[in-house]
Design a protein around this ligand. Structure first.
Ligand SMILES: Nc1ncnc2c1ncn2[C@@H]1O[C@H](COP(=O)(O)OP(=O)(O)OP(=O)(O)O)[C@@H](O)[C@H]1O
Ligand SMILES: [Mg+2]
Length: 281
């Protein structure tokens, strides 16, 4: 599945790239205010689960921006808060304190209906476990969120997504008739199908062999570079992180470091340094 083979499609928004830059925390919000250069922003984000003896601080005042048209990887040890951060940023979980914004929209200011609509229209989420409906075909799974919303898919875009992820011959298959890699590609295609503002992918290659994983990663990078998509991806794999434009590192619910233009070697080196620090502290 060479991503380059996809039909040429106009970039999502050329302004998306040119407007990248630091965002002001005091910038006006709302539909008429200037658009934030960040696709998603966390400011002092805290998430606490449980209370008393079971109290767990999953996120401890995390501030981070995910730039438009950027591919960001989130890394960190198991339990460091990576999935929690993605869930809070995608409006799938509430925050305990601080702020989570998609574009200029403050998620905690939305009621349930508004939040559902924002998740449906602006956010694509690739779950690690695929979350495909077994009774629907690949094609039906891909368009399900739009079908629920009563929206007609953009055929040309959909054809591009399907041919780029290499699913054209599998559209009438049900998940059980697809390999793990093909199911993962359906999940990625579903997240991309409606061209959301931002795609969050929680270990999208975690269960794949390196060949299938490389296909998904190449496609995600292609969608960012060529189509202006914004992608935030959790991964444990330095090679996968090497596809991203930037890596942010979490430890114990805090943002500890970041790396621009990462290479697998650079990421590995940074991870080794964390390990050494953890052992000596
Ligand atoms: N629903 C929940 N209820 C209570 N605690 C939770 C819940 N979800 C997560 N946690 C706790 O919050 C912390 C962060 O969890 P999270 O799932 O975000 O970690 P992670 O970095 O994604 O880990 P992994 O790499 O293993 O997926 C962990 O200590 C976890 O036990
Ligand atoms: Mg996780």
């Amino acid at each position: 599945m060479p991503p380059q083979a996809a039909a040429p499609v106009p970039a999502r928004s050329s302004a998306a790239h040119s407007s990248a830059g630091p965002t002001s925390p005091t910038s006006p919000t709302g539909p008429t205010g200037p658009t934030s250069p960040a696709a998603a922003t966390a400011t002092g984000l805290c998430k606490v689960y449980g209370r008393g003896e079971t109290r767990t601080v999953a996120l401890d005042s995390v501030s981070v921006e995910f730039g438009r048209g950027q591919f960001t990887a989130i890394m960190g040890p198991s339990g460091s808060g990576k999935s929690t951060l993605m869930h809070c940023m995608a409006g799938l979980d509430s925050v305990s304190a601080g702020s989570a914004r998609i574009g200029d929209t403050e998620l905690s200011a939305l009621n349930d209906r508004q939040l559902t609509r924002l998740r449906r229209d602006s956010v694509g989420f690739v779950f690690q476990a695929f979350n495909l409906l077994p009774t629907l075909t690949a094609s039906e799974n891909i368009t399900l969120p739009m079908d629920i919303a009563g929206r007609k898919p953009d055929r040309r875009w959909l054809d591009t997504v399907v041919s780029t992820v290499g699913l054209a011959g599998r559209l009438d298959h049900r998940p059980a008739q697809l390999s793990g890699g093909q199911q993962q590609r359906v999940a990625v295609a579903r997240a991309l199908a409606s061209r959301p503002e931002i795609i969050f992918a929680d270990e999208p290659t975690g269960n794949l062999d390196s060949g299938a994983g490389a296909e998904i990663l190449a496609f995600l990078r292609y969608s960012v570079r060529e189509l202006g998509q914004t992608v935030v991806m959790v991964t444990h794999d330095p090679t996968a992180a090497g596809y991203a434009d930037r890596v942010v590192f979490l430890a114990d619910g805090r943002l500890t470091d970041e790396l621009d233009a990462p290479t697998p070697e650079g990421v590995l080196d940074r991870m080794r340094r964390f390990d050494a620090k953890a052992r000596t502290s």
